[in-house]
Design a protein around this ligand. Structure first.
Ligand code: ADP
Length: 534
């Protein structure tokens, strides 16, 4: 028999139409650059996104053309997320934390000619404006007249002819574009489609994914220029969640004020954000009374087990997930399976601190030279992934060795997999330390060090060594008023790691340098420590 089901293309307009019809009055709250709070609704945002789409089409934006954004997290950026794909075009979020040279490279590489830019980010734009031939620059959030040659966003929306037709959409049309942050090479473009975005949103919402519901209020701390805020704005529209957008203010008190005042039930961000939130909550336990059971998605770098237990004690739940720009990003999420609900707490905690298992439709394998590694939680290999929201290539550049001959994406992450199917990342291939011919996983050492009561943060890098070729050096940020001795730290690590893994030196710093996405900038650390005296 042939299937009898309708073949409805999986395009994002479906999500927006339904959100307008069913969640029209649900709020989208934004913190503005002047710190005031503004409120709008899905109904208003989707109507304005439609007008933005018409304005872009009327201005000559062609199907498949990228439209760049240089914006913080706020309602107008949500309008761009919805409106640009409705115009058949591709939202290309520029990362405002990058150096202007790098932004110019990425905008040129993508072929961006139209830009939506926050008024407060015009000084940044001006640092690369002469290097990208934009034909249209639309200023969002203008507090006064815009400079000649630029368009003002509100005026653009008001001037739209409401009869402007929008192009038909196909599910494999491009809808969004992000560049890899270039931690391991030049930034490369990844282009999402309507179909990949829609399927990714569906799976994000599953109970054992992020467990999203219309009764949730979501705070995406993760910037909208970092892998589409992990796809959350689209999932929010699909599910009808109230959205709370932090604007430029990502410091713990500003975030905690929003979480308390807006009744946030779920938030998402990198570990650094949650470290700061934990410290603030511990320092002033009575200042912010959050709803019990608030969930916080953590990803981008490993969440130390200590952070998970600290939040458990505070009555808040960290949910650990793993992903990449190339994987939309959801590739793994760590949820204790039903069969282990009565397992000892220590086992459950160790599973929660792993990166987890793949969601439906995603396949993961961990391979080394001998093939798939055994599910013993010890033997390591490279994580390989495939699925409908995993990229099959990079835009405009051929990098064939990132895919296996049988079509899996090679992540460059090294991991093991245990009997429950939980994947645990031990390092990035590029960060592994080779000492006397043996491999040492820097990330494993870091995660262990961050569980020491006297350590707030730790990064471990390989430093050239005359005898061993490389030796591990730990860069640590102790907790206020503490400085555990080198010997005490080595003793702490010696219970878990072989002797040759223990760092030869511990360098105390006030702050560890970070990438634009808040990860440890190991290249900078290696550079700083290159001439270390042994
Ligand atoms: P870049 O690769 O340039 O840093 P991405 O934002 O795409 O940019 O980062 C993806 C990488 O981040 C992964 O390959 C992995 O190394 C790391 N990562 C993401 N989530 C986690 C996690 N939960 N634990 C450890 N590492 C993670």
């Amino acid at each position: 028999m042939d299937g009898t089901m309708m073949s409805r293309p999986l395009t994002l307009d479906l999500v927006f139409q339904r959100a307008a019809a069913l969640f029209g009055s649900v709020e989208i709250v934004s913190r503005r650059p002047d710190r005031t709070i503004s409120r709008t609704t899905y109904g208003a945002v989707i109507a304005r996104a439609h007008r933005l789409a018409q304005a872009l089409v009327a201005a000559g934006v062609r199907p498949g053309e990228p439209v760049a954004t240089l914006m913080w997290n706020h309602a107008e950026h949500v309008e761009a997320y919805f409106g640009i794909p409705l115009a058949g075009a591709v939202v290309h979020t520029l990362n405002l934390r990058l150096h202007p040279d790098e932004i110019a490279f990425i905008a040129n590489d993508a072929g961006d000619r139209v830009l939506l830019v926050d008024e407060v980010l015009l000084p940044l734009y001006e640092r690369f404006a002469d290097r990208v031939p934009f034909r249209q620059v639309i200023v969002v959030g203008a507090t006064g007249p815009v400079a000649p040659g630029r368009l003002e966003y509100e005026a653009l929306l008001e001037g739209v002819d409401p009869s402007t037709p929008l192009p038909p959409l196909r599910e494999d049309d491009a809808s969004g574009c992000c560049y890899t942050s270039g931690t391991t090479g030049k930034p490369k473009g990844v282009v999402y489609t309507h179909r990949s975005t829609l399927l990714h949103s569906l799976v994000l919402g599953l109970p054992d994914g992020f467990g999203l519901s219309a009764s949730d209020t979501l705070l995406p701390v993760v910037p909208m220029f970092h892998v589409n805020a992990w796809g959350l704005p689209y999932a929010a529209a699909m599910i009808g969640m109230k959205l709370v957008m932090p604007g430029p203010y990502l410091d713990p008190p500003s975030l905690l004020d929003l979480m308390r005042d807006e009744g946030v039930t779920i938030a998402a961000g990198v570990p650094t954000i949650w470290l700061g939130i934990r410290d603030a909550l511990e320092a002033e336990p009575d200042r912010w009374r959050l709803r019990p059971g608030v969930r916080m998605i953590v990803g981008g770098s490993a969440a130390p087990a200590q952070l998970i237990t600290d939040f458990d004690r505070l009555g808040l739940q960290l949910i650990h997930a793993w992903g990449m720009t190339e994987t939309s990003p959801l590739g793994l999420v760590s949820r204790v399976p039903h069969a282990l609900r009565d397992a000892p707490e220590a086992l459950k905690l160790s599973l929660r601190a792993k990166q987890g298992t793949p969601p439906p439709l995603v396949e993961i394998r961990v391979r080394n030279d001998a093939g798939d590694v055994p599910r013993d939680g010890r033997t390591s290999g490279e994580v390989q992934i495939r699925g409908p929201w995993v990229t099959g290539r990079y835009a405009g550049i051929d990098v064939p060795d990132r895919w296996t001959d049988d079509g899996w994406f090679r992540t460059g992450d090294v991991a093991n997999i245990d009997e429950h199917g939980f994947v645990q990342l031990v390092d990035r291939v590029a960060d592994l330390i080779k000492s006397g011919g043996e491999w040492i996983a820097s990330a494993e050492l870091e995660n262990a060090l961050m569980c020491h009561p006297g350590i707030r943060e730790a990064a471990v890098v390989g430093v050239p060594h005359p005898k061993w070729s490389e030796r591990p050096v730990a860069v640590i940020v102790p907790k206020p008023g503490q400085r555990p001795s080198d010997d005490a730290l080595r003793e702490f690590l010696a219970t878990r790691f072989p002797k040759y893994w223990l760092p030869d030196a511990f360098v105390v710093v006030d702050e560890i340098p970070r990438t634009s996405a808040g990860k440890f900038k190991k290249t900078a650390l290696r550079e700083q420590l290159r001439d270390h005296k042994w």
